[in-house]
Structures are given as structure tokens and as C-alpha cells.
Design a protein around this ligand. Structure first.
Ligand code: MTE
Ligand code: MO
Length: 381
């Protein structure tokens, strides 16, 4: 039973991270002890990161300092109180939650509990914890899961990575006055019921065999046609920014990583990834300051915005957040997100967006595909 459900829990008892239990709405699959995953205090996780495939090694257990623990306890208590109030009130509490306004198909009190939990995780881990890494020989071919934004075949020669919110973008040769008008050329993946490409283990969900993208009155492809609908994070018609090619991406240092990919559906697989670090891209094209400081978030979406994800900037700067171009020693296939997908081992699979078309800095918390359908925005592991 988690602390959230325990009516006898002493609210004054400091809640240690490993006692906090799974976050609301998430699976409780066994995880390494929270402390094991923390980088030793005072070390720079960027330098410490095991980027080449290595056998997961023991890291010294580190006791986070008392101030953080106290803060964590007080914030946890706040989130517990929402659950405790509901539990104590029984059915009335249930009705209260049930009748509350929803935020992303999640009733407000539960959404607030998610958000309080995310605060605890940020305070305690500060995105410094490293996911365990494994030996390449233990890796498998990742199954295919998640077709949104991939139902058509992308002509990769027309692929560009658009970037918005970059500081002084005019100084780069890849500057474009309006990055929203770029035309990604696609063709339906299924022609006469036959898959154009069958490169992944699972079925490519032929549900959309006759799927062709509707056009608006200007003849432009419509945004967000897939299940969760259009993203609430939108851009002005003339958004200046950068339009990067794959050559631009591949100029960054190559990194490999063997990590466990975890889907919230309850399966996980060890995968061998290669690509470039997201932080290296962000450092090369840093954000414009907002009120004198970095914006808090990063938003990504597929071409035409059928799948989209929001992240804390700090999660994007994590040394293991990888922009993937190769998987299992081969070029990434389209169903797995070619030409560029994200791997972020500190987050669940649904944050690991495939076929990235846009990366934008923003100070507003970005919309997120699965958050819209009721899942946690933070999605930390
Ligand atoms: N564009 C896009 N990215 C996506 C998804 C999707 O439907 N579309 N699904 C997500 C989910 S829930 C998972 S588990 C992983 C699956 O990645 P895979 O198909 O390479 O296994 O992709 C994530 N990224
Ligand atoms: Mo997933």
C-alpha cells in the first residue's frame, strides 16, 4: 500500500524518497533504490555519465542533505493531504474528485497530486540521477509501439529539425523567418492494404490504411489529426527559427547508450541506442532568455503535430537524454522514429518522441500527448 492510501500514516513522519512509493497512476514495477541512482554530491553528472555501454556498476549510496529531505517531506505531506482528504471522506471525497474540473482528462485534485509528486522528484533528484546502463549483449530489438504521427512514410530528404525560441537565431546560417511553413513530404504507409515498410517487430496498425491528411482552406496539411487531437502549444504564423539538416545534427559528438526502455503499459526492454546528446544540441543553439533567465521548458512535436511532448529544460540537459539516429547498431527505421527520435531513460516511453520535427524552448508548460489523455506530465522514472 502506498503512503497516499494509508490513513494511519503519520503526517509528521518525514517521507524518505524510497518510501514515497510509485507516483499516482504509474506502474509499481521494481526500480533501483532511489539513492543508488543519485550522482555523488558535488560531481558533475555530465562528466560522470557512462556514455559507452558498460555493465551497470554500483554507485556509492549518498544521503541527500537534511534540508532537501525536510523540503521533500513537507511537499510530500501536501500531496498526501489531497489523497488523505479524499480517503477520509470516502464516497464524498470520491464524488468531490469526480465532479472536479479536469485538466487533461485528469480531475484537478489528482492532477495536483501528480504535480506535487513531480516537485518532490525535482527537489530530491534535480535530474541528476543516472539511469542504469547495460551490456550491449543484453540488448534486444525494441518492439514497435505507438503509431501516432508515423502513419505515413516520410520522404527523409524533406526532413528538417525546426528550432524555435533560440537566442538571436539570425546569427546562424540555418535561420528561417518562418519555420512553420516547411513542407514535409509524406506518402501513405499502406497502399492497397500492403505496408510500404514493415521494419518493426509489431504490426503497423493498419487502421489508417486509407488515411490521407486533410488540408485546410489554404491547402496546408492540418495539424494534430491523431487521437489526442491538436496540441494546445501552438506557434504564431510567422515563427522565426532554425531549420537544421541531418548533417547539422551529425556534426555533434556521437554517443552510445544501452539502457532499459520502459513503457507505462508494463513492459520494458534493454535497447542499444546511438546518436547525439540533446544537451549538445541545446548548448550549440541556446535559448533566448525570458526575463533574464532560461525558459523552463522544451516542447517537441512530429511534423504536423500529431504527437507532441513537453519536458523540463533540466530533463533535456540530462547527460543520458539522447537524440537517436541508430538503434541496435543499425540506422533507425521509420516506425521507430527515423530520422530522429528522443531517448530519455529518466522518463517513461511516452515521453520518447519519435520522428521529431520541432524542438522549441518555451516558458509556458507545453502540452503533452498522453497528459491530454490523463497521464502524468512529468512521467519520471
Ligand atoms: N511520434 C510518436 N512517438 C512516440 C509514440 C507515438 O505514438 N508517436 N509513442 C510513445 C510510446 S507510448 C512509446 S512506449 C514509445 C514506443 O517506441 P517504439 O515504437 O520505438 O518501441 O514511443 C513513444 N513515442
Ligand atoms: Mo508507451
Amino acid at each position: 500500500m502506498s503512503e497516499l492510501e494509508d490513513p494511519n500514516a503519520d503526517p509528521n513522519e518525514p517521507v524518505l524518497p524510497e518510501a514515497a512509493g510509485p507516483r499516482a497512476g504509474e506502474d509499481s514495477e521494481p526500480e533501483p533504490s532511489a539513492f543508488e541512482a543519485i550522482a555523488p554530491a558535488g560531481t558533475d553528472p555530465v562528466d560522470e555519465a557512462p556514455v559507452e555501454p558498460t555493465q551497470g556498476e554500483e554507485r556509492p549510496a549518498v544521503d541527500p542533505d537534511a534540508a532537501i529531505r525536510a523540503r521533500s517531506a513537507s511537499m510530500t505531506r501536501r500531496s498526501l493531504m489531497v489523497g488523505a482528504a479524499a480517503a477520509a471522506a470516502g464516497y464524498a471525497g470520491y464524488r468531490w474528485i469526480d465532479r472536479s474540473p479536469s485538466v487533461g482528462r485528469q480531475e484537478l485534485p489528482l492532477r495536483k497530486a501528480f504535480q506535487a509528486d513531480a516537485k518532490v522528484a525535482r527537489a530530491v533528484f534535480n535530474e541528476r540521477g543516472l539511469a542504469p546502463t547495460y551490456h550491449v549483449k543484453d540488448s534486444v530489438d525494441l518492439r514497435f509501439n505507438g503509431p501516432y504521427g508515423l502513419r505515413d512514410e516520410l520522404d527523409v530528404s524533406t526532413w528538417r529539425l525546426q528550432m524555435a525560441g533560440v537566442a538571436n537565431p539570425e546569427r546562424f546560417p540555418q535561420f528561417q523567418k518562418d519555420i512553420t511553413t516547411w513542407n514535409y513530404v509524406t506518402t501513405p504507409r499502406y497502399i492497397g492494404g500492403t505496408p510500404v515498410e514493415s521494419d518493426a517487430k509489431g504490426p503497423a496498425t493498419p487502421r489508417k490504411a486509407e488515411w490521407t491528411r486533410a488540408k485546410d482552406s489554404f491547402g496546408n496539411p492540418m495539424r494534430g489529426q491523431e487521437e489526442a487531437g491538436e496540441s494546445e502549444t501552438s506557434f504564431d504564423d510567422a515563427t522565426p527559427g532554425l531549420s537544421l539538416t541531418m548533417d547539422d545534427i551529425l556534426k555533434l559528438p556521437r554517443h552510445e547508450l544501452v539502457t532499459e526502455f520502459k513503457c507505462i503499459e508494463g513492459w520494458s526492454e534493454i535497447v542499444h541506442w546511438a546518436g547525439v546528446r540533446l544537451v549538445d544540441l541545446l548548448d550549440l543553439y541556446p535559448p533566448a532568455k525570458v526575463n533574464g533567465r532560461d525558459p523552463k521548458f522544451v516542447y517537441m512535436e512530429t511534423p504536423y503535430g500529431d504527437y507532441y511532448c513537453g519536458y523540463d529544460l533540466s530533463a533535456c540537459r540530462h547527460p543520458q537524454s539522447l537524440l537517436v539516429t541508430e538503434m541496435a547498431g543499425k540506422p533507425l527505421t521509420q516506425l521507430h522514429g527515423a530520422p530522429l527520435r528522443l531517448h530519455m531513460p529518466i522518463k517513461y516511453g511516452y515521453k520518447q518522441i519519435k520522428r521529431i520535427g520541432l524542438i522549441a524552448y518555451t516558458d509556458q508548460r507545453p502540452d503533452d500527448y498522453w497528459t491530454k489523455l490523463g497521464y502524468d506530465w512529468y512521467a519520471g522514472l
